[in-house]
Design a protein around this ligand. Structure first.
Ligand SMILES: NC(=O)c1ccc[n+]([C@@H]2O[C@H](COP(=O)([O-])OP(=O)(O)OC[C@H]3O[C@@H](n4cnc5c(N)ncnc54)[C@H](O)[C@@H]3O)[C@@H](O)[C@H]2O)c1
Length: 353
């Protein structure tokens, strides 16, 4: 393994940035190079916290020769424009979710990163979860037979402070989360994006068509706070149902539950452990009864993200989460919004990953 470290510049010093900074500091292969934010107060504060220089000018920041990669955590509509500037400056790109607020933008980011010869990945925490890894392995080993359907719920209650001060209600006041032009969407692009990405990894199934219903029922935003999405997959004519809410009384910030069905078994989880019902002999699991399996403990998802990205760069291989996968997930979500507007199914176009 390389002696050198991957030096990561961080753009956007808001609510989520400290979680990623913590992940970088705990990593084997990465260090923080510098921070950048248009708000000098927060940039300076983070510069002091992490002992690195700060910038308020993106282009001056990108001129830093010591910087190998950038991590982008800004309002959603800015992910692609800043990602492209970083790629053009020769920096590898880690972008927060959702990748983009338009499919064409997501495709352009992928294309520009390819042309610049830099790698692109996304910060999708659930993809790195121990439950996702174990479910992926069980499905691959044939424990549920052929995937037939899923039922996934991402149900939460976001209070008024969320819209102005972010996921922990503690970020400096901002005003982008509640508007389509800045955020691109509501609960789907904010939270259920993680479920869709993890499900793609766990099932390996390629979406061909999406349908959705939903709306805004009570939150302080112009975006959907409740929606249910149906997805059709190429493999086995399988389908999935994803229900997402951010205004469910009695729910915590996000309650997730996942059921994945196959021709020979079922996997379900809502917490740390997996429950498996399999009819398949010879895999080492008791058959025809529910069993609980504790996944192997893993490091923090953001540490895995940056260490894995460094390894992919040095080995010149695809990162665990690719740009093409980001385009596909973006199209699924924007297709769901299109379906809500037209009351018709949306047929996927970019699913040839
Ligand atoms: N993966 C996760 O679990 C997770 C959790 C929370 C947030 N996020 C994502 O992280 C991103 C940021 O969210 P947040 O909650 O930290 O938002 P935030 O509003 O707290 O912070 C955003 C920061 O971006 C800065 N900014 C705005 N325009 C900029 C520009 N042109 N150049 C540089 N900086 C600019 C703002 O000044 C602010 O400090 C979003 O994409 C969000 O969806 C991901």
């Amino acid at each position: 393994m390389e002696d050198k470290k991957l030096s990561i510049g961080m753009v956007g010093c808001g609510q989520i940035m400290p979680s990623t900074a913590k992940g970088i500091m705990a990593s084997q292969h990465c260090v923080i190079d510098a921070v950048m934010d248009i708000d000098e107060e927060v940039a300076k504060e983070k510069s002091e916290t992490y002992g690195v220089p700060y910038y308020t000018d993106l282009w001056k920041f990108l001129e830093r020769e010591s910087m190998d990669a950038v991590y982008i955590a800004v309002p959603h509509a800015l992910h692609v424009p800043i990602g492209i500037e970083a790629a053009r400056a020769g920096k590898h790109v880690i972008v927060e979710k959702p990748m983009a607020t338009a499919v064409e933008d997501a495709k352009m980011l992928v294309k520009e990163c390819k042309e610049a010869g830099v790698k692109l990945t996304q910060a999708m925490g659930m993809r790195y979860a121990a439950t996702s890894a174990l479910t992926h392995d069980l499905i691959k080993a044939g424990a549920i037979g052929d995937f037939t359907s899923y039922l996934v719920r991402s149900i939460g209650m976001k209070d008024a402070k969320y819209w102005s001060n972010g996921v922990f209600g503690e970020a400096k006041r901002s005003c982008w989360r509640a508007y389509k032009g800045m955020a691109g969407g509501g609960i789907l692009v904010m939270n259920a994006v993680h479920n869709l990405d993890a499900l793609y990894y766990m099932t390996g199934a390629t979406p061909t068509e999406v349908m959705a219903m939903g709306g805004n029922y009570s939150s302080r935003s112009a975006l959907e706070d409740s929606m249910t999405m149906l997805v059709r997959f190429k493999e086995n004519n399988a389908y999935g149902v994803c229900q997402a809410m951010s205004a469910a009384h009695g729910a915590s910030h996000t309650d997730n539950s996942t059921f994945i069905y196959g021709t020979k078994g079922t996997i379900r989880f809502a917490g740390k452990n997996i429950e498996l019902f399999t009819t398949v002999e010879g895999l080492g699991y008791e058959t025809n009864k529910w069993i609980t399996i504790e996944p192997e403990k893993r490091s923090d998802s953001r540490t895995m993200l940056v260490d894995g990205f460094a390894e992919a760069i040095w080995a010149d291989k695809d990162p665990f989460i690719t740009g093409e996968q980001g385009v596909m997930i973006t199209e699924m979500m924007l297709g769901a919004y299109r379906s809500m507007e037209t009351n018709a199914p949306y047929i996927m176009k970019e699913n040839n990953i």
